[in-house]
Design a protein around this ligand. Structure first.
Ligand SMILES: Nc1ncnc2c1ncn2[C@@H]1O[C@H](COP(=O)(O)OP(=O)(O)OP(=O)(O)O)[C@@H](O)[C@H]1O
Length: 279
């Protein structure tokens, strides 16, 4: 089954064409990078796939896990509730609550609402959340307030919540753009591991193409609301990017020296490496 299917989707904000007849398909089990310079439409596409916004016109359609989530500018909410998780660059966690409670919130679709709202989770639910935190490499922060976590830890806690939620698709909108290279690598390692070990389909938007090349077999590149490349990440040479983006390509290529780059991007763990070894 196709995990995500977007066809002929367009969206304007005033005079800005944020999405211009976008069509993409992501298959179950894939880990796909969405790259593009600032303003190219990545976040807008993600919001549409996540069912947070409806496109314009009569032609656009989004199908997620076989369910139509929008068609012809009309949203059909709730059809894939719980099966798709979205994490953003920021604002994924409730800062005043403990990390464990934030992860347990992933269970809310499953436990009675009154129990969830009162924070009454069972021992086994708590154990599941603790296991998820261990899998993303941050078991030690379970009792901390979420507001005290580093940016990378916050992203990993949000991924742990996705595991508890048992989501089948994870869409991550620039999860590493505010992080230093080593934290960015840890977050990307965790995404790669949940993709290979848990078979969670991952669509991740990234500013920098190195991470796409390193972690995702396939990259979709956007420019001015259009898909300008969809294919193997290995074909995205810097020369090709320069042709595709002109001056804006500088934004997509890491500025570090080759030595720093090598340090930032060590060999990706194979699918048998337990994630908790990555902390
Ligand atoms: N709610 C909105 N109202 C008006 N314009 C918007 C809105 N959302 C997005 N846009 C515009 O649509 C275009 C695409 O924006 P989008 O945020 O999708 O780009 P992006 O590729 O995610 O950029 P970045 O990498 O900077 O996050 C931009 O020109 C942006 O200013």
């Amino acid at each position: 089954m196709t995990a995500i299917s977007v066809s002929n989707l367009s969206k304007r904000y005033g005079k800005t064409r944020a999405l211009d007849n976008v069509s993409i398909d992501v298959q179950l089990g894939e880990m796909v990078a969405l790259i593009g310079a600032s303003g190219s439409g990545k976040s807008t596409l993600i919001r549409h796939i996540a069912g947070l916004e409806a496109g314009d016109g009569e032609t656009g359609k989004v199908v997620v896990l076989g369910q139509v989530s929008q068609t012809a500018g009309r949203l059909m909410r709730g059809r894939t509730a719980g099966r798709v998780a979205v994490i953003f660059q920021q604002f994924n966690l409730v800062g005043r609550l403990s990390v464990l409670t934030n992860v347990l919130i992933g269970n809310l679709g499953r436990v009675p609402r009154w129990r969830g709202t009162l924070g009454l989770f069972s021992r086994s639910e708590k154990e599941k959340a603790e296991t998820a935190l261990a899998r993303v490499g941050i078991p030690q922060v379970a009792t901390q307030r979420s507001s005290t976590l580093s940016g990378g830890q916050q992203q990993r806690a949000a991924i742990a919540r996705t595991l508890v939620q048992e989501a089948e698709i994870l869409i991550a909108d620039e999860p590493i753009s505010a992080l230093d290279p080593s934290s960015a690598r840890r977050v990307m390692d965790v995404l790669a591991t949940i993709n290979t070990q848990d078979n969670i389909t991952v669509l991740v938007s990234l500013h920098q193409v190195e991470y796409a090349r390193r972690y995702c077999k396939r990259t979709i590149a956007m420019r001015d609301g259009r898909v300008v490349y969809d294919g193997p990440s290995t074909s995205l040479s810097n020369t090709f990017l320069a042709e595709l983006y002109g001056d804006a390509s500088e934004e997509l290529v890491l500025p570090e020296s080759p030595a720093e780059l090598l340090r930032a991007l060590p060999v990706r763990p194979n699918s048998h490496d337990p994630v908790h070894m990555l902390a």
